[in-house]
Design a protein around this ligand. Structure first.
Ligand SMILES: NC(=O)C1=CN([C@@H]2O[C@H](COP(=O)(O)OP(=O)(O)OC[C@H]3O[C@@H](n4cnc5c(N)ncnc54)[C@H](OP(=O)(O)O)[C@@H]3O)[C@@H](O)[C@H]2O)C=CC1
Ligand SMILES: CC(C)(CO)C(=O)C(=O)O
Length: 320
């Protein structure tokens, strides 16, 4: 069984596809209402064009419950493999709620798919004995309703394999998580170089997300004007300087990859733009904010990231 926390875009996609391919999934929601609807109606995953890719009914394969019930339900059936699929801003609350796990922490493997950085350290601190697997995904998912999601872009998922793992632990992870994800149709691999993937994705998000959120444009529109590309490059260069100052390996191909992501997701709204439009909390603090903090720690500056961080934070409140 795999426990998925967060029934938003990514959570519904992974829960729906895993359960439809025969893996038992327990999906933890924030609200009782959403859990009830999923338990009753199941999950529908749609293709980009609108056709149903999979539909899985609630039942033995797919259970749903509000995270507030974690303590009670987990004492009956302890979680072994947890996929956290909330946004960065919910991590603190989630950790508080699952801290009451009944099984010993050393039995637990936690996979984290958040964009940005900072969460892995928090989870490791809260669960020192658990094995935490940082992951990076380029899957594109967009929740359409309480129990339906569009698989908007087929991507790949890299899961970091901690160095300290014994062969037996790796085997167990492969059997109960990796192979299940492959069977569900996800392009997923175990990586010994996840740090590189995390910093590459951080830079991609730090360049694309705040600019699309400020200008309120889809990702592809960033490439439509030399002034916009100039701003992207400024953010990119500041990011690279921060990486260099911190001894983080980077690759000059990352600039081209940023452009490629804009083209591949040309019609999409970035997650930060979607959050701004919904007056929700964005992940800017875990993306540009983290780069600014890394700059400060290394004695350099990242002024453009700092300004964008503050501008985006200030957009959270409803106007009027
Ligand atoms: N969507 C995508 O394509 C991709 C997303 N990511 C990353 O994955 C993460 C999740 O993104 P995404 O799925 O889009 O986000 P969503 O906002 O769609 O989903 C987050 C879910 O977490 C739920 N949640 C919040 N707090 C709690 C809580 N205390 N207990 C249980 N559930 C909670 C929310 O519930 P509610 O709605 O009720 O508030 C929501 O359903 C982010 O870090 C994002 O950057 C990475 C790559 C691609
Ligand atoms: C890669 C990108 C920018 C795609 O929209 C993304 O991850 C996001 O929107 O958060």
């Amino acid at each position: 069984m795999i426990d998925i926390i967060g029934a938003g875009s990514l959570g519904l996609l992974f829960a729906g596809r895993l359960a439809a391919s025969g893996t038992k999934v327990r999906l933890w929601t924030r609200t009782l209402e959403q859990a009830r609807i999923i338990a009753c109606e199941g999950i529908t995953v749609l293709e980009k064009e609108g056709h149903v890719a999979v539909h899985v009914a609630g039942g033995d394969e797919l259970k749903a419950a509000p995270l507030a019930d974690w303590k009670r339900l987990n004492s009956q059936v302890p979680a072994r493999w947890i996929l956290i699929m909330t946004k960065q801003g919910a991590i603190g609350e989630v950790l508080d709620q699952i801290k009451s796990a009944a099984n010993t922490e050393s039995d637990i493997g936690i996979v984290c798919l958040q964009n940005g950085i900072g969460h892995i350290e928090r989870i490791r601190q809260a669960y020192p004995e658990a094995v935490v697997y940082p992951a990076v995904t380029t899957e594109g998912a967009k929740r359409m309703g309480v129990a339906s999601v569009v698989h908007a872009g087929l991507g790949a998922t890299e899961i970091g394999c901690p160095d300290v793992l014994e062969e037996k632990q790796v085997g167990s992870f492969e059997q109960y998580v990796l192979n299940r994800l492959l069977t569900a149709g996800f392009d997923v691999c175990l990586s010994k170089e996840i740090e590189n993937g995390i910093y590459r994705k951080l830079l991609i998000n730090a360049v694309i997300n705040p600019l699309t959120a400020i200008w309120r444009i889809p990702n592809g529109e960033l490439l439509s004007d030399p002034g916009r590309i100039h701003m992207m490059h400024k953010l990119y260069e500041e990011g690279i300087q921060v990486y260099e100052a911190n001894g983080i390996r980077w690759d000059s191909a990352w600039w081209d990859q940023i452009m490629k992501v804009c083209r591949a997701t040309a019609e999409n709204q970035s997650s930060m733009l979607a959050d701004v439009l919904a007056h929700s909390m964005t992940e800017v603090a875990s993306i540009n904010g983290q780069l600014v903090q890394m700059a400060e720690q290394a004695g350099v500056t990242a002024p453009t990231h700092a300004v964008l961080w503050q501008l985006i934070e200030g957009m959270r409140l409803k106007e009027g």
